[in-house]
Design a protein around this ligand. Structure first.
Ligand code: PSU
Ligand code: MN
Length: 300
């Protein structure tokens, strides 16, 4: 079996890629492990609708029945959202998932890996993984994949649960250009501000495309990270955010939560503690990022 036998594009995505139409890749870990039921399935559907409303073709990615699936049908989407037997698969897990027939949702890292090989150039997500807080050197594979995959990744910065200054430094060291979409500061997921500068401000999809094209001309093989702040009306107030973050981090430490379970645990705990305010922000920024990504894909 070759790599292309493993890669299955839905017919819609396949013809859109072949015809150079705007396609936006979407990840599935946020559906399976990042959001609670039933909002997860509703959000997955909504993100696809938003991409379509901007004349784009959505390509949600997951691993099902030993295939890297690009573009899911309704049944596959429901399985990812509602089955208890869906693993969180990062790039390192793809070989085992294919060999053992594990069904799984893809993270930012593995979604990029697959989307790039499917010929897709634009990907929308919520927040990327990064350098975790604390003593242990827990660095998300999302960062490494960003450093070696030439794609436009639209997000709201790195997740607030991370060590944001350390994550910012990692992006710089590995030559990942960070653009601020209508902002001068990297957003911090549920919050519009981080105090960390972006490398360049982009005010329109065309500005983003100009930089992406320059990267290609220069032969720079890393991603262009386009950071978009959460819409102001959904931003979580700083004091609330600090309180729920402190509780979540302390609970994770006490319960010895580590590895792939850490991010989903922290997000769920913050949502409980904030009476859903962080969940509302998460959904709002995902929707907004899908829209911006589709506009960028159209401009490309
Ligand atoms: N963004 C969200 N919710 C999420 C994630 C991103 O709004 O759940 C997921 C992404 O799939 C990302 C993963 O790749 O969290 C990072 O996990 P880790 O820190 O274990 O690498
Ligand atoms: Mn990790």
């Amino acid at each position: 079996m070759t790599r292309s036998d493993l890669l299955t594009l839905s017919s819609e995505v396949e013809s859109a890629v072949a015809a150079n139409q705007p396609v936006v890749a979407l990840e599935s870990t946020v559906i399976a492990h990042g959001l609670p039921r039933p909002q997860n399935l509703a959000t997955a559907l909504r993100l696809e609708e938003i991409v379509r409303a901007e004349a784009g073709v959505p390509a949600t990615i997951a691993v099902l029945d030993r295939k890297l699936c690009v573009g899911l049908d309704a049944e596959q989407r429901e399985l990812i959202a509602n089955s208890d037997d869906v693993k969180k698969l990062s790039t390192r897990d793809l070989p085992a998932a294919v060999a053992r027939g594990w069904n799984g949702a893809t993270t930012v890292a593995s979604t990029m890996w697959i989307a790039h090989r499917a010929g897709i150039h634009v990907f929308a997500t919520g927040g990327i993984g990064g350098v975790h807080r604390g003593e242990l050197q827990d660095v998300s594979a999302d960062l490494r994949e960003l450093s070696r995959t030439p794609m436009i990744v639209v997000c709201s910065g790195a997740k607030i649960v991370l060590d944001l200054p350390a994550t910012r430094e990692w992006l710089e060291t590995h030559s990942i250009t960070v653009a601020g979409y209508q902002c001068d500061e990297m957003p911090a997921f549920y919050s519009r501000r981080s105090g960390l500068a972006v490398d360049v401000r982009c005010d329109s999809p065309d500005h983003v495309v100009e930089i992406f094209n320059a990267q290609r001309k220069l032969g720079i093989e890393s991603a262009l990270l386009v950071t978009v702040p959460v819409p102001a009306e959904a931003e979580v107030e700083a004091a609330v955010l600090q309180r729920v973050l402190d509780v979540a981090l302390a609970d994770a430490e006490r319960e010895h939560i580590t590895g792939r379970d850490l991010t989903p645990f922290l997000l769920a705990r913050m949502s409980e503690q904030s009476e859903g305010a962080t969940l509302r922000a998460n959904i709002a920024l995902l929707e907004n990022n899908a829209r911006v990504a589709a506009q960028i894909a159209s401009a490309l």
